[in-house]
Design a protein around this ligand. Structure first.
Ligand SMILES: [Zn+2]
Length: 252
């Protein structure tokens, strides 16, 4: 196959663009902003867990408060009934003594319940503050996440613009290159290979294999428009003045 050497060199530019494009796609998949967002998501999950725990503590204490408060109301009513009986003067000595005994018991219970209620209310203050703290933290972290998403999207757009740019350049280059040679190049790339490389300092630019003197002599003798393939990696080997080829005259 013969293709003007200028077009062969143009294919090398395409290969350079393809290497750049591969780097950009790797960049897109590994944006540091995405890594930061993953960390932020973990942080948000921890805060949500803290908030759930705080909410459970608040609910438990509310139940506790209602239980103690209800018992206090019952005790107060019981006390009132007993005191009314005592003050009515309608009960006998023995019953009066029993009422008085019961009243002092209820008064002690009342005192204990009031102390318990105070303690519950103190704990309620602390848990409410913790719930408020976790809710504020959640709000802040959510806002932070939104800002981070915006940063990530901006980074994504910047790289995507570079990709579009390179693709446009690539399409323009390809247009001027022999279609059959491009087909070989694309096929190699589909197979996951480097499609073309510059022959430099006696090495294939695609696989870095050093060519032996016999191959070099054969390449040097070939027409400059002849499309050459690397024997090692089958890439299209493009020659330039810097390829380090022996001049055919030197063999004579
Ligand atoms: Zn090679």
């Amino acid at each position: 196959m013969k293709v003007p050497s200028a077009q062969q060199r143009q294919l090398l530019d395409v290969a350079d663009l393809d290497a750049e494009l591969a780097k950009m796609r790797h960049e897109l998949r590994n944006l540091p902003e995405d890594a930061e967002l993953t960390k932020q998501a973990q942080k948000l999950e921890e805060i949500r867990d803290d908030r759930s725990r705080a909410q459970v503590a608040v609910d438990n204490l509310q139940n506790e408060f209602e239980r103690v408060d209800k018992e206090l109301t019952g005790t107060a009513e019981h006390l009132k009934r007993d005191r009314d009986q005592i003050e009515s003067g309608a009960v006998g000595h023995k019953a009066l003594a029993e009422f008085q005994h019961e009243v002092s018991g209820l008064e002690r219970r009342n005192e204990a319940l009031e102390a318990e209620l105070m303690e519950v209310m103190e704990q309620q203050e602390a848990t409410a503050a913790e719930l408020e703290r976790t809710e504020a933290a959640l709000l802040a972290a959510t806002e932070q996440e939104l800002a981070m998403v915006a940063d990530r999207d901006a980074a994504l757009v910047a790289v995507e613009e570079k990709v579009t740019d390179a693709q446009t350049k690539r399409a323009a280059l390809i247009e001027g290159i022999d279609a059959a040679m491009v087909a070989i190049y694309e096929k190699l790339r589909e197979q996951g290979r480097v499609g073309a490389g510059l022959l430099r300092q006696r090495r294939c630019g695609a696989c870095r294999m050093e060519l032996d003197p016999r191959s070099l002599a054969r390449i040097a003798a070939a027409d400059e428009d002849e499309v050459l393939r690397c024997e090692e990696c089958t890439a299209i080997m493009v020659r330039t003045a810097q390829s380090g080829l022996p001049t055919p005259a030197a063999d004579e």
